[in-house]
Design a binder for this molecule. Sequence first.
Ligand SMILES: [Zn+2]
Ligand SMILES: [Zn+2]
Length: 395
Amino acid sequence: MNRVNHMIMMHIKSAKHLKSIILTVFMLACFYTLRADNIKLGLYFGKKVSAVVLSVTEGEYIIYGDYRQVGIARKGLIFHIENAGHGLTIQDTLRILGTFSRIEFKGISHENVFRIRPVSPSLPPKESDDNLLLSQEGHSLRIINILDLEKYIAGTVETEGGPNAHPEFYKAQCILARTFAVKNFYRHGTEGYNLCDTEHCQAYKGKSRMNPEIQAAARATKGLVLMDRYNHLVNPLYHSNCGGMTSDAARVWGKPLPYLQPVTDPFCRNSRNATWKAILSRSEWINYLVSKGFNKRLLQQSDFTCNPAVREKYYRIGERQVELTEIRKDLGLKSTFFSITTEEGQVVLHGRGYGHGVGMCQEGAMEMAKKGYVYVDILHFYFTNVRICQMHENK
Ligand SMILES: [Zn+2]
Ligand SMILES: [Zn+2]
């Protein structure tokens, strides 16, 4: 090896995040086109809200009733809007502004934030950015929040990832949230919006307020999405804790995905949701398995002990087997990854992890971030053969 080559090799060995550098350069080479930088979010999806109270937290709004300006919303004013059957009636504390088929709040300041609280039925309030559109949906209100995509990403990441993690974890989670939003952009198209605010899409409790690092992470990763080797957006799955090994997609949904392969995860083993325990009496466990078609006589002779080294798909005794996802659902367990011991007439399930185990392990990713790994490392650790791509804003 000549001197120059040797120096290059030394440089490579000392580059702590070489993989990240290469991939960061590479991500500039792939693009995904989305025709919007705003998102229409259906608020209080499935709750059949028929009346709300609305106020302004930041900025100023023009109120339009059927496309005509009918008022101004400023801080301190409170508006009551309800579906009156023949249209939506809006009133402030002094007067009725009118009855319309659609009511729009359009922000006219640099930052515009509103607070909405359903009063029929009574539900927790939400504070969110940008504009609001209300219309009739049967006897209820269709409440659509039209907001900047990155502000939405920050809000959903705070809801799904909590307020106390490392910035690099937030960046990874932002890319997953954005990938989901773009991949499912037309999921609620027939209802007039892109995504809803529940776990059906991604939970969104409102504007990210608790940790400024989350909004910074959304801005720092603006437009970045995760794609597979065939330039398709990945299914950006994540879960709380994998219990030391992630699961491949086929074990959970029966369909393999090349970018969702099992990964041995040394990072989450001491985290909050790393282990759990469930205790049943021997007869409860036998009755449950009998209900799943197992032979009672065989069960009475069994000691049930098992200790899987890897995530399995089935729990087996003799010829009979049952899917672990079914046991998890029936018994309300935190995961399908558990061993069994029997102690004094009891069956003890010693569980590992929390969630379906597929994709990014959030607690492992949080630990990676604390140890100095950057978001590129984190995503490439949990997803196989993926690329981080910049999507175009094609307005
Ligand atoms: Zn949805
Ligand atoms: Zn893990």
